[in-house]
Design a protein around this ligand. Structure first.
Ligand SMILES: Nc1ncnc2c1ncn2[C@@H]1O[C@H](COP(=O)(O)OP(=O)(O)OP(=O)(O)O)[C@@H](O)[C@H]1O
Ligand SMILES: O=C(O)C[C@@H](O)[C@H](O)C(=O)CO
Length: 330
């Protein structure tokens, strides 16, 4: 029997929840931000990227979020619509908030960083009233981004969405997605993200992200198996710990673990976007009923494609492109 069951009678496959932002990726690569003069604009925000990846793979996706009432907000909503993503739960925030910006610095294929401007951002204005029970009930799965827990009222909106998802047997994916901006303390990150991790079916995060969840409650052990067991004792059936270019390990409720293979990128442009493309393709695989190994392989191949591209959202591959990439390593 499969570890995760997706209710098949739902018109929507997947809902992303959280930030809808803009990435400004440096055009002049291999130099510090101080020397960068021009950037290319893309839709960004990790949960947006994951939802775009899933739509690109042919699944029916929607989004719950808020955008700013300006040109940037409209740019994002139009882009999602063009990608076939349902935006009926994407609300235009009228409070004078702005779109979050991520300036990316590409110093070398291994040295990349992100500088975020996130004061008064629209995505964190998401309210409980924006979360419709009917919308959630119509989906097979929902993905929560940990950053949506950084502030109220978005925090309460997340808790409402997760409770409704549980009530209607909608599979809850939780991507810890830690971004230092907008949180007020690390204890706050650990405590709120832990509360959602306890209620989630599948948890994805990097080693350091899982450490943040454990930090408020005792000395860190930095042990993937122990981390997984902590969450598998709650609701989780799969805990996936990501280790950058070294791949990932998936731990399952039945006590097994699976080390994901990687497809070393031949021509890395930048490192960010790997996690989002991995998550999109991994979730797609799960929704096809594939075994964990194959889901991880698909995720890793998608990430390998995206790190060789300038953007994240625009570069999300189709299922055929991912399969071709896998075959090219045989
Ligand atoms: N340089 C690379 N070449 C090929 N595959 C990679 C590379 N870097 C990462 N990956 C793949 O992507 C997966 C996720 O990467 P990573 O652990 O960096 O996620 P992340 O930290 O969430 O990424 P992001 O930088 O997007 O936030 C890895 O498990 C691996 O399969
Ligand atoms: O998540 C963000 O807000 C920024 C992303 O769009 C960015 O490109 C990235 O970091 C991908 O992991």
């Amino acid at each position: 029997m499969s570890l995760i069951t997706f209710e098949q009678d739902r018109p929507m496959d997947f809902i992303g929840l959280g930030r809808l932002c803009i990435d400004l990726n440096a055009n002049e690569i291999h130099r510090p931000m101080e020397e960068t003069r021009t950037f290319t604009k893309y839709v960004g925000g990790s949960p947006a990227n994951i939802t775009i990846a899933i739509a690109q793979l042919g699944l029916k996706a929607g989004f719950i979020g808020r955008v700013s009432d300006d040109q940037h907000g409209r740019f994002i909503t139009h882009y999602l619509t063009e990608k076939g993503i349902d935006t009926s739960s994407v609300i235009t925030d009228k409070s004078g908030s702005v779109t979050g910006l991520a300036f990316t610095e590409i110093k070398s294929p291994t040295d990349c960083s992100i500088l975020m401007y996130r004061d008064n951002v629209a995505d964190l204005k998401l309210e409980t009233g924006d979360v419709s029970e009917e919308y959630i009930r119509n989906a097979k799965a929902i993905m929560i981004s940990g950053t949506a827990l950084a502030k109220s009222p978005s925090r309460e909106a997340v808790f409402k969405a997760v409770e409704l998802a549980r009530k209607h047997k909608v599979v809850v994916f939780f991507d810890i997605d830690y971004r230092p901006w907008t949180w007020t303390s690390k204890d706050e990150v650990g405590i709120y993200c832990s509360l959602i991790a306890e209620k989630s079916d599948v948890i994805l995060g990097g080693r350091e992200e899982f450490d943040l969840l454990e930090a408020p409650f005792g000395p860190l052990e930095k042990d993937d198996r122990k981390t997984a067991d902590r969450w598998l004792a709650h609701q989780a059936k799969i805990v996936l710990v990501k280790h950058g270019g070294d791949g990932s390990i998936a731990f399952t409720k039945d006590g097994q673990s699976f080390k994901g293979k990687i497809f070393p990128a031949r021509n890395v442009v930048k490192t960010f976007g790997a996690g989002d493309s991995f998550a999109g393709a991994f979730i797609y695989g799960m929704m096809q009923g594939w075994n964990i190994d194959r889901c991880q392989e698909f995720g890793a191949a998608s990430a390998s494609i995206v790190v060789q591209s300038h953007s994240c959202s625009d570069a999300m591959p189709t299922a055929e492109q991912i399969q071709e990439h896998i075959d090219s390593y045989k």
